[in-house]
Design a protein around this ligand. Structure first.
Ligand code: NAD
Length: 417
């Protein structure tokens, strides 16, 4: 039976790439498990006066290249295997992008939409307190992910600052903060901007441009919305969008700004003026050149492969394609730009934020975007070069670049003691 367990998917991808690059057994053994798995249960006062127990996770996969780095997810579906998979992917992502970070991920099992702002603040603060010194500006640096946002990162930073000696000086314990509280300009759109750079670079290889393609995006949260905005600004036609409320199609192309107002007013994309409502399966059948999953994992499954008309899939979400679906899509000639490169813009600009905090600097948006473009294109080039040399999929090539870097550092440092 086909399993959609995310950690099994991550393990299978790693094993395949490790075989491909002939990774020494010792490194393979180390990298096949997270270093630390932290689970905290903590009580939080609800608005009605009752206490509720919450469960939170911080999985620290690897810190060979630098402090652990990765987002904090708020979702009712967060569980240990999901966070382990996401943490593992962060190790490959930071290695591939050449950042001085390792990989981690965290999460709290709760639906943020079911809580008032006051409850959310108490949940985030209590979680951060429970993590204590398991995070730190040179040790483990959280960031936003699905369901969390800049405001939650500010609460984390403030809680850490007030609980730890010297904490007031270390805003960089968390990235993805609001600009006023030490965040970087451009971090809010960074993942979407990176998706756009990655797609533009890929299209350029075959003499095309973003303005030549039509696009369908699943998800209109941080990543989906900014991806839609940036690509539209570059001349693309975004013709379909899906979110938790349903899916819509506007074959002439929709305006992300007015859709954003509609979503803010109504809670979802459905009902957007002059759009046609689609079922979830119809969304995957839309006649778009490029499909961008930017919501949750396991969305491109074997039963949806047949419907997909797009010839390019850009994985803005983490783990949106199951391994079986990927094989079938590749056989059909669909080009898949894998998550560990396509959505790396977020962690790259988190790195810029961390540097700016460290140096007490504030970069301009033009600098942030240009530095991000350089890192994204450079990583895309390295993946393409490796893909041609190894004659493998883009995902395997991206893993190969990441594993090469880790292997070189292990070779030089050795394994302690
Ligand atoms: P978000 O919470 O801001 O938005 C999620 C969006 O997905 C919402 O529009 C929601 O309605 C939609 N969605 C959720 N479940 C859905 C479903 N079953 N069908 C259709 N739509 C659904 O989250 P985000 O930060 O945009 O993250 C999206 C993805 O991108 C996740 O996989 C996350 O791990 C990944 N990612 C995020 C960042 C970041 O900087 N935020 C960085 C890298 C990768």
């Amino acid at each position: 039976m086909v399993s959609n367990n995310l950690y099994e998917t991550a393990q299978r991808q790693f094993e395949r790439a490790a075989d491909l690059v002939d990774l020494p057994v010792a490194y393979r053994t180390i990298l096949s498990s997270p270093k630390n798995e932290i689970i905290v249960n903590f009580p939080v006062l609800m608005d009605d006066g009752a206490y509720r127990l919450f469960r939170g996770y911080r999985i620290q996969h690897n810190n060979l290249l630098g402090p652990y780095k990765g987002g904090i997810r708020f979702s009712e579906y967060v569980d240990l295997d999901e966070v382990k998979a996401l943490a593992t992917w962060m190790t490959w992502k930071t290695a591939l992008m050449g950042l001085p970070f390792g990989g981690a991920k965290g999460g709290i099992t709760m639906d943020p939409r079911m809580h008032s702002r006051d409850e959310l603040r108490r949940i985030v603060r209590r979680f951060t307190h429970a993590l204590g010194n398991n995070i730190g500006p040179e040790h483990d640096i959280p960031a936003p992910d699905l369901g969390s946002n800049a405001e939650a990162m500010v609460w984390m930073m403030d809680t850490y600052a007030n609980s730890v000696d010297g904490g007031q000086n270390v805003k960089r314990v968390v990235t993805g903060k609001t600009v006023e509280c030490g965040g970087s300009v451009g971090r809010d759109k960074a993942t979407g901007q990176g998706v756009a750079f990655c797609l533009a670079h890929h299209l350029e290889l075959s003499g095309r441009a973003v303005s030549d393609v039509s696009i369908a995006i699943q998800g209109f949260g941080n990543v989906g919305e900014h991806t839609a905005r940036v690509l539209t600004a570059m001349g693309a036609r975004v013709i379909a969008i899906a979110d938790m409320s349903g899916a819509i199609e506007c074959s002439d192309g929709l305006d992300p700004e007015s859709l954003w107002f509609h979503v803010n007013k109504t809670g979802g994309v459905v009902g957007y003026p002059d759009s046609r409502e689609l079922s979830a399966d119809e969304f995957f059948s839309v006649d778009a050149d490029v499909l961008i999953p930017a919501a949750i994992e396991n969305q491109i499954t074997v039963d949806r492969v047949e419907r997909i008309k797009a010839s390019i899939i850009v994985e803005a979400a983490n783990g949106p394609t199951t391994p079986e679906a990927e094989l079938q899509l590749i056989e059909r000639g669909v080009e898949i730009l894998p998550d560990i490169i396509a959505n790396a813009g977020g962690v790259v600009v988190s790195y810029f934020e961390w540097i700016q905090n460290k140096m007490s600097q504030q970069w301009s948006l033009a600098t942030v975007d240009e530095e991000l473009r350089k890192l994204m294109w450079d990583a895309c080039d390295r993946v393409e070069e490796r893909r041609l040399a190894l004659r493998c999929s883009r995902r395997d090539a991206a893993y190969a670049v990441a594993l090469d870097r880790l292997r070189t550092v292990y070779d030089q440092r050795g394994i302690f003691p």
